[in-house]
Design a protein around this ligand. Sequence first.
Ligand SMILES: [Ca+2]
Length: 174
Amino acid sequence: MTRRTTYYCTQPPLAPPAAQLAPVNRVRYYPRPGFATRTPGTLVQGSPDRQSWTTLHTITATPAENQFTEAVFANSLAFRYIRLLMPAGGYGNFTEIEFYHDATRLVGTPFGSSGSYLNYGNTFEKVFDGDVTTFFDAPDSNPTEMGLELLATSAAPGDFSAADFSAADFYVSA
Ligand SMILES: [Ca+2]
C-alpha cells in the first residue's frame, strides 16, 4: 500500500497591506548650538502636494541648547509631505529634526530649501543625517523649509532610502 500525502495551500499568499501614511503628532528638534533663539515661530506643517500646507503645530518657546526638545500635538490628518517651516531669519538652524506618529519614527525622502550660507555645504540634508554636530544654515534670511516625503517607518535613525524598506516596514494606520 502506498500512502500518499498531499500538501496544499488553502489560501493564496497574503499580499502585503497597502501602505498608508501615518499622521505626524510628535516632533523632536535639536537647534544649532548657540542659535536656539531662532527657533520660535517655526511651524509644523503637512501637505498632500507640497502646494497647500496645513499648520499642525507652532513652536513658540526657545528650546534648550545642546539637546533635543519634543513637541507633542493632536493630529489625525495623514499627509504625504511634512515639514518644519522656519520664519525669516532662522536660516533653518537645526542640527536634527525627527518626525513621529506616537512612538513610531516616520521616515521618507528629505526635501528643503536649497543652498547653504556662503556655500559652506550646510544644506538642509544636514538636519536628517542623524548627526547632531551637523546643521542646516540657509544661504539667506528667507523662511526655510525642511521636511520629508513620507515613505515608511523605521526604527533606524538616518535610514531614509526607500530601497532599504520591505513591505513589512510600512506603517499601516488603524
Ligand atoms: Ca545633522
